[in-house]
Write a protein that binds this ligand. Sequence first.
Ligand SMILES: *[C@@H]1O[C@H](CO)[C@@H](O)[C@H](O)[C@H]1NC(C)=O
Ligand SMILES: *[C@@H]1O[C@H](CO)[C@@H](O)[C@H](O)[C@H]1NC(C)=O
Ligand SMILES: *[C@@H]1O[C@H](CO)[C@@H](O)[C@H](O)[C@H]1NC(C)=O
Ligand SMILES: *[C@@H]1O[C@H](CO)[C@@H](O)[C@H](O)[C@H]1NC(C)=O
Length: 169
Amino acid sequence: MASGRVLLASLLLLAGAQMLAFGQNNNFSAEKVGWIRFLVTVNDTWDPDGCIATVATDQLLPNKKYNQSEKIMVGSCDHGPLVYTVSNAVGSARESAKMFVDLTFYSSVIEDAEPPTCHIPWNGTYVSPRPGKDARDDSPLPGCVTSDSREGWYLTYYWFYLLDWGWAP
Ligand SMILES: *[C@@H]1O[C@H](CO)[C@@H](O)[C@H](O)[C@H]1NC(C)=O
Ligand SMILES: *[C@@H]1O[C@H](CO)[C@@H](O)[C@H](O)[C@H]1NC(C)=O
Ligand SMILES: *[C@@H]1O[C@H](CO)[C@@H](O)[C@H](O)[C@H]1NC(C)=O
Ligand SMILES: *[C@@H]1O[C@H](CO)[C@@H](O)[C@H](O)[C@H]1NC(C)=O
């Protein structure tokens, strides 16, 4: 019986911790981001046959340098380190989101230009669908899109979404 009660108490504690982690009123902040898994799509138009692929990354830690970071593979279209930082929004920027994820993908496609960067507004949660919109037009994943050129001509398109994340204690 005693062990049953301990188990029940532990389960309640766990449930409580989950609610703290995911509750609406939680104070999400940049310092608490432990890792993020990204969903990355590359549409590589440099390849004469075209190449488009979407992958989910492993859990990536924030604040890594490109040379401390493992390469991600985007199918056969692209590869390279994906690095990011998270900052808290200040002032009027807080109206659009609590935090911003700034990422840089050292894309193997881009040789003679700055690597693609992207800026994701994020409240620390998934995005609720807007009422009356087709669900296919409303991604629940916070994300951003950018493009970059090779030899000033061939545009490659990049999409980045926050698929999953963990909070540091
Ligand atoms: C949430 O964060 C704000 C500002 O960072 C702080 O003033 C407030 O006390 C925090 N609330 C809780 C419940 O931690
Ligand atoms: C990928 O890029 C090509 C060339 O610009 C374009 O025709 C195609 O529609 C793009 N595909 C997607 C899914 O964006
Ligand atoms: C990564 O690059 C920085 C400078 O850009 C250098 O100081 C550091 O030693 C490098 N780290 C590794 C593991 O190569
Ligand atoms: C963050 O929350 C605010 C207030 O609810 C909302 O207006 C904004 O659209 C949200 N932003 C994101 C990126 O989810």
